[in-house]
Design a protein around this ligand. Structure first.
Ligand code: UD1
Ligand code: UDP
Length: 388
């Protein structure tokens, strides 16, 4: 079986590590994987660092698309991916998540009849103002094999007319060949959970970030902010930073800054706020960290504050309470357990959630993301579909 895997943004590079590892360890004789990097993320600490650290094979192709408006970026990627699909003729294209790289892969492949495998299918925020929501919907509806990480994802696909049984196994006729018009859907757990389990202990021995930042034995909050809905709106970004300043009176804060956020802090926070943030010895604004460093920070943090999808989940994997800086989330199960709160960009709600979690840290984190073997499950089912 020949797969073309599309990656481009940081979380996709990280997710791809789990699938590539499973191919290397269990299916090296059966599966050939061609990796295409769109170049959506390109800074050393947003891309190369993950290949080095997570032992991901070098991309076979890099489209070097870089940053641009949604339309321009997606168009450049679509053009490049189409050419490579025509050249490589894979059995499947593998697409992760909901970025513009995902959308470009979906549009390019569907039009020339290359079957799509969508990993992280079915998630919905029900907020179409999010670029990612458009990307997810388009990709799901162009896909042939859909792997959903959560039960909520499965329910969403069912509601949108996908043939899904309660058990999570597609009701499509098993003898027929799956196709874009006869898709198959599985609920299989989260591939990021595979990675977190695999790298949790490795992170403890291979990074020194906790010592480097003098965090040993010190309670701290780990925060990340990168959604355009927060970074691009001065009033929302200011509200989040006002909360961080208040919080810093009680606790240290470590904030690895996404390049989008670094670029917008100076224009979207007023001078007074900037002074309070940049001169605050309890707020460590640092460049993006490697995945192993991030895992170490997540494991040692007292609490996580984030608008990232991946970081929300990792907080849960490592049994940390999470304040979600968004009005809604695709990862609804985390909120339903009570271990995360949707605080949006509201200073008072953020501080209220902090008080609650500080005084009563949650202890019960039921298994909602599978068994850490999602990658093997997906590869088995891709092979079966390929035999048909
Ligand atoms: C993208 C995804 C988002 C995902 C995030 C993961 C889309 C629409 N959004 O958002 O779903 O959560 O990646 O991190 O695909 N930049 C750099 N260096 C880089 C990359 C980006 O400086 O290596 C800066 C550029 O100014 C760029 C901005 O960050 O314009 C935004 O990058 P982009 O990839 O367009 O969107 P993200 O916010 O990273
Ligand atoms: N991450 C990282 N370094 C950082 C911030 C995040 O390695 O400085 C990892 C994080 O552990 C998770 C993934 O990047 O695995 C999440 O990506 P991001 O927050 O950029 O995007 P999202 O998940 O929201 O799409």
């Amino acid at each position: 079986m020949k797969l073309v895997t599309i990656i481009g943004a940081r979380p996709q590079i990280i997710k791809a590590a789990a699938l590539s590892r499973a191919i290397r360890n269990h299916y090296a004789n059966q599966i050939q994987e061609i990796i295409v990097h769109t170049g959506q993320h390109y800074d050393e600490n947003m891309s190369q660092v993950f290949f080095d650290e997570l032992q991901i094979p070098r991309p076979d192709y890099n489209l070097h698309v870089g940053s641009a408006s949604h339309g321009v970026q997606t168009a450049r990627m679509t053009e490049g991916i189409e050419a490579l699909l025509l050249k490589e003729c894979p059995d499947f294209i593998v697409l992760y998540g909901d970025t513009n790289s995902t959308l470009a892969g979906a549009v390019a492949a569907a039009k020339i009849h290359v079957p799509i495998v969508h990993i992280e299918a079915g998630l919905r925020s029900f907020n179409k103002a999010m670029p990612e929501e458009i990307n997810r919907i388009v990709c799901d509806h162009c896909s042939t094999l859909l792997f959903t990480p959560t039960k909520a994802g499965l329910e969403n696909l069912k509601r949108e007319g996908f043939p899904v049984e309660e058990s999570g196994v597609s009701t499509g006729p098993t003898a027929s060949t799956p196709s874009i018009d006869n898709p198959r859907v599985w609920h299989c757990g989260d591939i990021m959970y595979d990675n977190s389990l695999h790298f949790a202990d490795i992170a403890e021995t291979k990074t020194d970030i906790i010592d480097r930042l003098n965090l040993s034995g010190t309670p701290f909050v780990l925060a990340t902010i990168h959604r355009d809905s927060n970074t691009d709106h001065p009033e929302r970004l200011s509200a989040i930073f006002k909360a961080l300043i208040l919080l810093s009176e009680e606790c240290r804060i470590v904030l690895p800054l996404h390049p989008r956020t670094s670029k917008l802090l100076k224009s979207n926070l007023n001078e007074e706020l900037q002074k309070q943030v940049f001169n605050n010895t309890n707020i460590s604004l640092i460049p993006p960290v490697s995945f192993l460093e991030m895992v170490a920070l997540e494991r040692h943090a007292q609490l996580v504050m984030t608008d990232s999808g991946g970081v929300q989940k990792e907080a849960y994997f490592f049994k940390k309470p999470c304040i979600i800086l968004r009005p809604e989330t695709e990862w609804v199960e985390i909120v339903q357990t009570g271990n995360a709160v949707l605080a949006d960009a509201d200073e008072a709600t953020i501080m209220q959630a902090w008080q609650v979690f500080k005084d009563n840290p949650p202890r019960d984190f039921p298994e909602i993301f599978g068994d850490g073997h999602a990658a093997e499950f997906m590869l088995e089912n891709m092979l079966k579909a390929c035999e048909k």
